[in-house]
Design a protein around this ligand. Sequence first.
Ligand SMILES: C[S@@+](CC[C@H](N)C(=O)[O-])C[C@H]1O[C@@H](n2cnc3c(N)ncnc32)[C@H](O)[C@@H]1O
Length: 307
Amino acid sequence: MKKYLYVFNYPRLEEGICLMEMRTLFEKDIIEKEIFSNKNIDVSDSVYINFKIEILHMDEKFENIVEKIKKEKIIMEEFKVEYYKIGNDETEYAERIKKTRSIGLEVQGEPNMKNPKTIYGIVKVKDIWILGIYKKNNFLWNSRVKKPMSYSNSLGVSLAKSVINLATCGDRNISIIDPCCGIGTILIEACKMNVNIEGYEINKKIYENAKINLKFYNCNVEITNGDMHEIAKKYDSSILDIPYGIFSHITKEEQQSLINKTREISKRLILISFEDLDYMIEKAEFKIIDRCEIPKGNFKRYIYTCM
Ligand SMILES: C[S@@+](CC[C@H](N)C(=O)[O-])C[C@H]1O[C@@H](n2cnc3c(N)ncnc32)[C@H](O)[C@@H]1O
């Protein structure tokens, strides 16, 4: 029996990046929107995982789970039992309530319906009943969508969190460099996820705006005003949101040179681009190990994981 059940969802246009993130975090192909895994991921690290269940019992017969709970004589103060209907579970409301009560009656201690300290979750996945401890995504990233200093070339917060997950694979001990960090979207999200990250930004004004944003969100992240070609340190991963457009007049040769530099300073590269840059990645002697495209108006963003 796996330790955890994760339940995720995504807006249609974000299917590619969501599935790429899930493949990376759980190290397997994703077929369903429910993932069984032994990996303990903080659900709030991803914008797509709605909740997880730390599995206590799984059984084809719900009554068997009730029996097991009875035998365990669980004592829990301020608990609540909730039924979470997912996938193609068609269990009727009355039946769901009945099942919730039957578990609640076997837990010894005072329930707390408004502010429970522990939530027992019941779910049914493909005719298998699961009971476990429910952990919900706090979706706090939503509060960081509008920053004091904005920038037309900045990433959305949701995508920033996804690329961090692509860089870390869920391991918070990974060191990351965001060598073209703009106003610090990725730096702030990494800091909130307790991931070790540093930033570089060549433009003085944009760098100062990044400092303001970092301070506003209480993020103590090292950021340097300079050209990323000067970076001497080595990192596990680079996340390169490659400069483009009217604000950064950049040639193909310069873009190639930035990708080449990430090869020199990191083992893994997460590249974000508005163009297909396969040939540049190969030229830099990186191998593309996963990829997706995200539609954005008349354009699309290309996300690559390279090693
Ligand atoms: C696409 S923007 C990054 C936006 C950023 N991800 C954000 O969310 O704010 C690329 C940034 O790279 C910076 N840049 C361009 N060339 C650079 C270089 N050689 N070294 C460091 N930063 C550079 C640009 O000034 C620009 O702010």
